[in-house]
Design a binder for this molecule. Structure first.
Ligand code: AMP
Length: 419
């Protein structure tokens, strides 16, 4: 036998018993996107490396350590092509916004997508090299109402998939006016304690000191006493943040302030938020998060336009649902259509009629004895068996009780199995 080939490290196959939860979570996401008036957008799975380098910042983990690079075909001019699989969707969506001149459309634009993201990271539980996100972006709205709306949307999503104890954390990291002062304060504070920082943090200290705050190796006492973003906000950033908090209070969305929550990407501004399961907080535990990026459109070559996004990790949402034992909606009952001999035209015909009525049908394609077909139907989880014969009418067998009714019309079958 030939040697078997396994899936690449950090990827997962989702087998049929797992996809039911995915279907449910994606259905909730799509329905919320509809109710919150987001329009679907699709962008490529790979983009130029430069887009991410500029959009997310050279010092972000996604660019510095986790870029999943893609090469062109061997021998082509593009063998060493500068592409990367998308680590997140915002940069690509903003690129598309600029490329298609979408700023002329009546805004603010509300865009959504569901799809895979890629980060070449060390795989572990809840951290994969390919994972899926539900993403929403609002481009052209400076907030603060839309900030509160997206936080409320995240909060609602977790409730609608059935998760409990999801905690919302928020912070403000200021803007181009006040962030420089905050950066200085952080550099000053951490430089005095440089010897206690991790190697990563020491390297980042002067390039991106906000990232030192979300270093999981940061000593708790150093973290607790570190300068706080909200103490360094300029007047307009403070007003913006206070307004979001008042709106969340009015909406009854509970949240915690988290001074260590920084979206450490260069062009992110003001609002940062994340969702966790209570008691499971930690670096790998964020279920989703988002933030404002008022500088990003300009950095990518468009005219200055505010924006904000929310990215929900579907893999971790589903892991949390499993941990909490969230019940999934019952599947529609399965109906097997069986027959005798080679009456497949009849079986397929009856199956088609039942499907037109919305019933879930699996015809037996074999010419085995009826008893064998019934056995397979039960094993496959069928709730009913429809047994076709010569006559127009069929027999309907309840596979749970074993009870059988003969000479039943198709309408009667539909009525019985739809109860
Ligand atoms: P981020 O843009 O890093 O905040 O990611 C948004 C969400 O995507 C996170 O809160 C996670 O739920 C999810 N996520 C990020 N990276 C991974 C990964 N490597 N594996 C699985 N889920 C991830």
């Amino acid at each position: 036998m030939a040697k078997t080939i396994t899936a690449p490290r950090g990827t997962r196959d989702l087998l049929p018993e797992e996809t039911q939860a995915w279907d449910q979570v994606e259905a909730v996401a799509r329905d919320l996107a509809r109710r919150y008036a987001f329009e679907r957008i699709e962008i490529p799975l790979f983009e130029r490396v430069e887009l991410f380098a500029r959009g997310l910042g050279e010092s972000s983990d996604a660019v510095e350590k986790e870029m999943f690079r893609v090469a062109g075909a061997k021998g082509s001019n593009e063998e060493a092509a500068p592409w990367a699989l998308r680590p997140e969707p915002t940069a690509g969506i903003v690129r598309a916004f600029i490329e298609h001149g979408m700023h002329v459309r009546p805004g603010p634009l509300r865009l959504t997508l569901i799809g895979p993201m890629f980060r070449y990271d060390r795989p572990q539980a809840g951290r994969y090299r390919q994972f899926s996100q539900w993403d929403v972006e609002v481009i052209g709205d400076a907030g603060p109402a839309v900030d509160a709306e997206l936080i409320e949307l995240g909060h609602r999503f977790y409730a609608e998939v059935g998760l409990t104890d999801v905690v919302t954390r928020i912070n403000s990291i200021g803007d181009a006016e006040c962030r420089p002062l905050y950066r200085e304060a952080l550099i000053h504070y951490f430089a005095a304690n440089e010897g206690r920082l991790s190697e990563d943090s020491r390297r980042r200290l002067r390039v991106n000191p906000l990232r030192v705050l979300d270093d999981k190796e940061l000593a708790p006492d150093l973290a607790a006493d570190a300068p706080r973003g909200i103490d360094h906000l300029c007047g307009s950033c403070r007003e913006h943040f206070d307004a979001i908090r008042a709106l969340l209070d009015a909406l009854g969305v509970r949240y915690e302030l988290d001074h260590r929550l920084v979206r450490g990407l260069d062009y992110y501004t003001r609002t940062a938020f994340e969702f966790y399961v209570a008691g499971r907080e930690g670096q790998q535990q964020a279920l989703g998060g988002g933030g404002r990026y008022d500088g990003l459109v300009e950095v990518l070559g468009g005219r200055p336009t505010p924006g904000i996004g929310l990215g929900i990790g579907l893999d971790r949402t589903i892991l949390a649902m499993e941990e909490q034992g969230v019940a999934l909606p019952a599947r529609a009952p399965l109906i097997a259509v069986l027959g005798t001999g080679d009456d497949h035209a009849r079986r397929l015909g009856i199956a088609a009629t039942l499907r037109e009525a919305g019933v879930v049908v699996r015809p037996d394609g074999s010419s085995r004895k009826l008893g064998k077909q019934l056995e397979s139907a039960s094993k496959a989880g069928a709730r009913w068996a429809v047994i076709v014969g010569e006559a127009e009418a069929v027999a309907l067998k309840d596979l749970a009780s074993g009870e059988q009714r003969d000479a039943v019309s198709i309408e009667e079958v539909v009525a019985a199995v739809s109860e």
